[in-house]
Design a protein around this ligand. Structure first.
Ligand code: ADP
Length: 513
């Protein structure tokens, strides 16, 4: 596919390779960094993935090492190209998608982070957020579409400025830069030339007005954050610049940028209002495209920017579950009842049902629709006959129950019932989960052929910017279902199980430790 020559001209590059057949996507996730090479039909032809260290300095705190984020991301990119026997000359553009909200502050001169990244799951600022919500919750919801919660970036930035010695003075003096992981990667890729983010990522900071589409001075004042540290806000699909480092990728245009959940919505070709997807990764995130005007939720969903392309900003309603697939990692790493996440399906399948066990994995509070930072995990219904398999099954079911609560909120807001749900993400390999999901929702659940829709969305955004793909219509033709799971459980049984689930949730709420 010939790259639009205007894209080269903007970069000041010469057209060295007349035929570039691939797009490279960076998918910087919460538990691993991935790179995937896509062909013109949107098929993944090569990929590489590396898990990296989760740092838990205290209960409720979660950090990542920004250097490790960068190194794992780059090494997977280089490896993905090597595996496919490609070089940078074969790549038309790189698109970036990332774990959202995770906050990094670094020194503009040295590029050194002043602290580890504070991850979206981190609850250290919950008390601070409670105070701000009681004073400004309605105003902030109106401007940002978000709940005041430790989940988002603003309170994490404030914490870093207040707790790292000298940080506030240096920030005021313009010496420090804040970024979510997208900004950090682009800064590193361009040797500090670009300090940018896009509208989908920035709409998760609590500092960005999603109506005026600009940083909001009143919000910056509320959180006491100096404007001098903020990145420039760009669109989700344009040629931002070219990679300078590492040499294996040098010269490739960086052309797509979106937060992981918005990228997955794009990768699932949810381009028309009403189209909806759910992604099952570390957390679960259901997004519904609502068109070009932000919608205020009546059911505690978030209102957020989906993407900005050309002159158009599109919006989504979002339901957020903090612990989705992560509950399976907990079975693996903390309980030790499975060796690998993928073993959960066979273990849970050794019992026919959950044996009356319900598991609310509120390890990091509860998101939509409760927004309770003090909620804590609950396992209920244990008997002498309960075994590891029942706990495993209840854990798998908890992912589906939480997703069901998201869909209830989305249906209530849109005053309609979704006919089927498109799904993706690491945990959708689990057929037991998706069958149970269809049973509980009582609608078909459709797994897409490309499981890596997050990376695909980033690739699409980049490919559109450089003319690798013509338009969204062309992308729609790529989407294919892998398997549809149809409901098999009776409606009465599903609603009885949901009733018990909600009883368990009620016990988790407000359980402050
Ligand atoms: P992220 O992008 O958030 O890092 P992924 O989409 O890579 O997440 O999905 C990884 C998550 O999926 C992990 O939390 C893991 O425990 C979970 N997972 C992986 N395989 C399975 C499985 N077979 N059943 C349930 N969960 C799984």
């Amino acid at each position: 596919m010939k790259l639009a020559s205007s894209a080269y001209a903007r970069l000041g590059l010469s057209e060295t390779s007349s035929f570039m057949k691939y797009i490279l996507a960076f998918d910087q996730g919460t538990t691993s960094s991935r790179s995937i090479v896509f062909d013109h039909e949107g098929r993944p032809i090569s990929s590489s993935q590396k898990e990296y260290t989760q740092i838990y300095p205290q209960s409720g705190w979660v950090e990542h090492d920004p250097a490790e984020i960068w190194e794992t991301q780059i090494s997977t990119a280089v490896e993905a190209l090597q595996k496919a026997k490609l070089t940078r000359a074969d790549i038309a553009a790189v698109g970036i998608t990332n774990q959202r909200e995770t906050t990094i502050i670094w020194d503009r001169k040295t590029g050194e982070p002043i602290h580890n990244a504070i991850v979206w799951q981190d609850r250290r600022t919950a008390g601070f957020c409670d105070e701000i919500r009681s004073k400004h919750g309605d105003l902030i919801r109106d401007k940002t579409g978000l709940e005041v919660d430790a989940y988002f970036s603003a309170s994490k930035i404030a914490w870093l400025l207040d707790n790292i010695s000298g940080a506030r003075e240096r920030a005021n003096a313009g010496e420090l830069a804040f970024g979510t992981v997208d900004s950090w990667l682009i800064w590193k890729l361009t040797n500090g030339t670009l300090h940018i983010t896009d509208r989908s990522n920035v709409s998760r900071t609590l500092l960005f007005n999603i109506r005026s589409l600009s940083w909001d001075e009143e919000l910056l004042n509320i959180f006491a954050i100096p404007a001098a540290i903020l990145p420039e806000v760009r669109s989700s699909s344009e040629v931002f610049g070219a990679v300078l480092t590492p040499s294996e990728l040098a010269g490739i245009p960086i052309a797509g940028l979106a937060g992981d959940q918005q990228a997955a919505l794009f990768g699932q070709a949810c381009f028309s209002p009403g189209s909806t997807k759910n992604t099952y990764g570390t957390g679960c995130f259901m997004l519904q495209n609502v068109g070009t005007v932000p919608v205020a939720s009546d059911n505690r969903l978030l209102s957020t920017v989906a993407w900005h392309i050309g002159d158009t900003t599109e919006y989504a309603l979002e339901g957020s579950v903090f612990i989705g697939g992560a509950v399976i990692q907990w079975l693996r790493d903390s309980l030790g009842i499975i060796d690998r996440s993928s073993d959960v399906e066979s273990l849970a399948s050794t019992v026919e049902h959950n044996g009356g066990v319900y598991f609310v994995p509120a390890f990091a509070g509860l998101g939509t629709p409760h927004w309770d930072q003090n909620a804590r995990g609950t396992i209920i219904g244990l008997t002498r006959g309960t075994g590891a398999a029942h706990i495993a099954r209840a854990a798998v079911e908890s992912i589906a129950f939480q997703t069901s609560d998201l869909l209830t909120a989305i249906n209530a807001d849109s005053r309609s019932s979704l006919a089927e749900l498109r799904v993706d993400g690491g945990a959708t390999k689990n057929d037991l989960l998706l069958q149970f999901q269809a049973d509980i929702l009582q609608i078909p659940v459709v797994r897409s052929m490309v499981a890596e829709t997050t990376a695909l969305g980033a690739a699409y955004l980049a490919g559109l910017a450089v003319g690798f793909w013509a338009d969204k219509q062309e992308l729609t033709t790529h989407w294919k279902a892998d398997r549809t799971f149809s409901p098999q459980m009776s409606e009465a049984k599903a609603s009885e199980m949901l009733r018990r689930w909600h009883e368990a949730v009620n016990r988790s709420l407000g359980w402050s430790t």
